[in-house]
Ligand binder design. Structure first.
Ligand SMILES: Cc1cc2nc3c(=O)[nH]c(=O)nc-3n(C[C@H](O)[C@H](O)[C@H](O)COP(=O)(O)OP(=O)(O)OC[C@H]3O[C@@H](n4cnc5c(N)ncnc54)[C@H](O)[C@@H]3O)c2cc1C
Ligand code: FES
Length: 289
């Protein structure tokens, strides 16, 4: 698919939580081609600070208006600078990039969306598409967790997504106390709830995604996981976003996939999770609790 380099203008900036900002951008070329799950490489401003573009998923896509929305968490220099821009300011975008989500063709399939922290961002457009149109998905639940209530989008915003939402926070300050994947596993095992998703869509930290992948593989569910990786270029040139693939290359060598070009959406079975966990040493409390 053709990538577009476009100078977008900010139409609207909203602060939704202490560190979470939503931007609506006028970007007609990119919005016309964008799909849920794809992303843009965004340069906050000309010059060397910050030097590299940063990846952001499409939170919503409005091709009819020539607009896109991004939802981001202030995590460092680039996102802090971006959070200070406002209506009329230009930002340079390259996109749409990556492969994107695919919704099931059979709209009676039960599906689960699982978001950890700012992983809610790409699920916004996917959920909107799943719930719209004549063949809309009949049974879909969103499981949405964060470290604490202040890192969640406000409940009234999430309720606008239009599906049943289950909240979790690690510290118990809102919803279920504990990991969102634990809440998901407990809910799907409940006899009084007729919810056995045949497909899961998720986005969040790799340690969370490991648990989603494990559940999907053990329960024979299809899965589409939006995976994160540090990205230098976003277009397959720097090899900075490599993750170990489950299958091997020629001569039994380890094969790598690139999140920017082969992903960011991967099935649970396509990634060598054990190797990532060893390399990245995520918090052991998450992995083994
Ligand atoms: C395909 C893709 C889509 C993304 N979509 C979104 C989105 O919609 N909304 C959003 O808020 N964030 C998203 N991210 C993460 C976002 O790109 C980073 O938070 C951002 O680049 C941080 O830039 P910074 O200059 O503010 O932080 P930096 O100063 O560069 O780093 C601050 C901290 O953020 C971490 N970080 C930097 N880049 C990434 C990254 N790519 N993934 C995870 N952690 C990172 C660093 O390790 C460091 O701890 C996405 C990442 C990818 C790979
Ligand atoms: S980010 Fe450069 S190759 Fe993927």
């Amino acid at each position: 698919m053709e990538k577009v380099l476009e100078t977008a203008r900010i139409i609207c900036r909203e602060s939704l939580a202490p560190l979470i900002v939503r931007l609506r951008l006028h970007s007609p070329g990119i919005s016309a081609a964008a799909r849920a799950g794809q992303f843009v490489m965004l340069k906050v401003r000309e010059g060397i600070d910050p030097l590299l573009r940063r990846p952001f998923s499409f939170h919503r896509i409005h091709p009819d208006k020539g607009e896109i929305e991004v939802l981001f968490r202030i995590a460092g220099r680039g996102t802090l600078a971006l959070s200070k821009l406002g209506p009329g300011d230009p930002v340079s975008l390259i996109g749409p990039l990556g492969n994107g989500f695919e919704l099931p063709l059979d709209r009676t399939t039960q599906i689960a969306f699982i978001a950890g922290g700012i992983g809610i961002a790409p699920l916004g457009e996917l959920i909107a598409q799943a719930l719209s149109g004549p063949g809309q998905t009949q049974k879909a639940h969103l499981f949405y967790g964060a470290r604490s209530a202040s890192e969640l989008l406000p409940e009234d915003i999430v309720s606008q997504f239009g599906l049943r939402v289950h909240f979790a926070t690690d510290d118990g300050s809102f919803g279920y106390k504990g990991r969102v994947t634990k809440l998901f596993e407990e809910f799907t095992a409940r006899a009084d709830e007729d919810f056995r998703p045949a497909e899961v869509y998720s986005c969040g930290p790799l340690a969370m995604q490991y648990h989603v992948a494990k559940w999907a593989l053990e329960n024979d569910a299809l899965s589409q996981l939006s995976l994160e990786s540090l990205m230098g270029c976003g277009i397959g040139a720097c090899l900075g976003c490599a993750l170990p693939a489950a299958d091997c290359g020629p001569g039994d060598d380890q094969r790598f996939v690139h999140v920017c070009e082969d992903g960011p959406i991967f099935s649970a079975g396509s990634i060598k999770w054990n190797q990532i966990l060893i390399q990245q040493s995520p918090p052991p409390t998450y992995l083994f609790s």
